[in-house]
Write a protein that binds this ligand. Structure first.
Ligand code: GTP
Length: 552
């Protein structure tokens, strides 16, 4: 583990933030105490009860995020009880002084054993080109905390303390909006929050995530109806949130859908290709099946649009042949047909295809059908090939991806690099802070990798705390510099376990396929591994290049 003092600026900032929040808690408690006294003296003071509710609501939302988890939970429970009283508009069972005393005790206990399991960072500098998140959060301290943490994953955060400030900004260019569902003083938020957000957000085309203080079905449904792609209840798990954001934002850089059209009407296929390419897809057209079968591996299609009647063969027969090949058996196939015979259509579907698109083809329908089928296929692939903790390719998949890349480079010379990465002294992280904190560290590597590299690169979790990258079209110099920048970012991330901040480092071994033209995929991987061990043996927290050490 890196010496935590190496991130002094961060530690100071974190400490200042934590102290400021503690002060705010003291002020909240004073206020709570005064309000409770008012209600005890005069039980008809519904206004005071409303204010108690507001203080508890704010505590419930923010305390957990700053590490006062039990305090947050207790405040949430009292908030729930007051909600019940407010609904009845009567103060039968008063919020007693005991509540405040209990909250105070919990606060002291949380302070004594502040077991923050979270992630903070010292990374402060804005970098051009980093995805921009616009954050609407009325609690300035929570906003600063969130911004700081998201920054470590390479996001620029612009903070708005109220949705109305957001409305005053002329451009609407964030990559993602992260909004507290109650993040405005506007009166409409109380009466019709869904309509309020729909009208506020109509000019944005980026993904929207909502945060909120309640974890309930209603809160989630409201966020969904307000245009949110997801909802995160406070206290926020910043690693999950950052990982989710990284996935959503990645779509900017995501690969085009790979579509094959098999159609003997050349004008029609060119027209369809033109429409799909204009929608950003990558299209290959074939007018006879042999060439199509030969090209499958290289194109690696995600959808086939198939004419039902081709010279000498039917589209349904091609679908049946594909179904027999393990690699292509799940590939979505859409028949292009003007076939009116329902029985024939039914038989074609039984042989393999998934759907029919009527000729003449409605181009809007064509685009949305292709897109939705590919999205579904990618999701399915994701669950089969991706490691749940990191979202990276699993062991067998990254090895398969390396093999595919190596084969491609045999046919069409292309430079690529293989990188083996390993977290330094990771056993000590597990031993000191527990397996759950270790998992967070592994997950953070996954998120950083997905954030830092292109979608064309292959990123995998080789096993445990070891990662394999296949960087396409990449020279050794470029790979080393990217890995070094990744290592630097990672070492700036400040984790905390058992209340104690700590940082981790990475070691890496890199090999360039062009330095070893006679190597197999397996031996390239071994060379990267040997280079990694050289990095470990020469002090860790560094990158070694195989060509420097192993050229025979
Ligand atoms: N938390 C967690 N730990 C894991 C996981 N997979 C493997 N590990 C642990 O990772 C640790 C790897 O430790 P070692 O191989 O000894 O290496 P190291 O401590 O990182 O030391 P160096 O690599 O030499 O710097 C072992 O303690 C494993 O139990 C996982 O999914 N989660």
């Amino acid at each position: 583990m890196a010496d935590p003092t190496s991130s002094q600026a961060f530690a100071q900032r974190l400490k200042a933030l934590s102290e400021a929040y503690s002060k705010r808690l003291d002020a909240d408690f004073e206020r709570l105490q005064a309000l409770v006294e008012q209600v005890v003296e005069d039980p008809s003071r519904l206004d005071s009860l409303h204010q108690i509710h507001a203080v508890l609501h704010s505590l419930a939302g923010s305390a957990g995020t700053f590490g006062f988890e039990r305090l947050g939970r207790q405040a949430r429970e009292y908030e729930r009880q007051i909600n019940g009283l407010l609904k009845q508009e009567s103060i039968q069972s008063l919020p007693t002084r005991e509540w405040v005393a209990q909250l105070q005790d919990t606060l002291e206990a949380d302070k004594r054993q502040k077991a923050v399991v979270g992630l903070e960072t010292s990374r402060q500098d804005d970098v051009d080109g980093e995805p921009a998140i616009w954050l609407v959060e009325r609690d300035p301290m929570l906003a600063e905390y969130m911004a700081q943490q998201l920054h470590s994953f390479g996001f620029q955060v612009r903070h708005f303390s109220d949705a109305q400030d957001l409305a005053e900004v002329d451009d609407a260019s964030p990559d993602l909006l992260l909004i507290d569902h109650r993040g405005t003083r506007h009166a409409a938020i109380k009466t019709n929050p869904v309509d309020f957000w729909l009208s506020q957000l109509s000019r944005y085309s980026c993904p929207v995530l909502f945060t909120g203080s309640e974890e309930s079905f209603t809160a989630r449904l409201q966020a969904l109806r307000s245009g949110g792609q997801n909802y995160f209840a406070k206290p926020l798990d910043m690693i999950k949130l950052a990982s989710h954001i990284a996935q959503l934002i990645k779509t900017k850089d995501s690969q085009p859908e790979r579509v094959i059209i098999v159609e003997d009407d050349v004008e029609l296929s060119q027209h369809l290709a033109c429409v799909l390419e204009a929608a950003g897809m990558q299209v290959n057209v074939f007018d006879h099946p042999e060439a199509f079968f030969d090209a499958l591996n290289d194109i690696n299609p995600e959808l086939i649009l198939m004419d039902l009647w081709l010279p000498g063969i039917t589209g349904a027969e091609i679908a049946a042949l594909l179904g027999q090949m393990e690699r292509w058996s799940q590939l979505p196939i859409v028949y292009l047909s003007a076939e009116p015979d329902a029985e024939l259509r039914g038989q074609a579907l039984l042989k393999g295809g998934d759907a029919f698109l009527e000729k003449p083809i409605d181009t809007d329908l064509l685009v949305s059908l292709c897109r939705s089928r590919v999205v579904r296929l990618r999701r399915l692939e994701q669950t089969k090939t991706r490691d749940a903790l990191t979202g990276l390719l699993k062991h067998a998949s990254i090895k398969g991806a390396l093999q595919d890349q190596w084969q491609l480079a045999q046919r069409k010379p292309q430079g690529f690099c293989v990188v083996m990465l390993d977290i330094d002294h990771f056993k000590a992280v597990n031993d000191t802070y527990g397996h759950a904190v270790g998992d967070l560290v592994i997950a953070a590597v996954g998120t950083l990798l997905r954030q830092r590299f292109r979608s064309t690169d292959k990123l995998g979790r080789y096993g445990g705390e070891e990662f394999t990258l296949v960087l396409i079209d990449c020279t050794a110099d470029h790979a080393v510099s990217m890995v070094n920048s990744l290592r630097e970012d990672f070492s700036a991330i400040q984790f905390t376990g058992g209340g104690e901040p700590f940082a981790c480092t990475l070691s890496a071994g890199v090999v360039d396929n062009q330095d070893f033209p006679d190597d197999t995929a397996e031996s390239l991987l071994n060379r990267a591994d040997q280079a990694l061990y050289q990095a470990k043996n020469s002090g860790r927290n560094r990158t070694c290049l195989a060509s420097e050490t192993q050229r025979e």
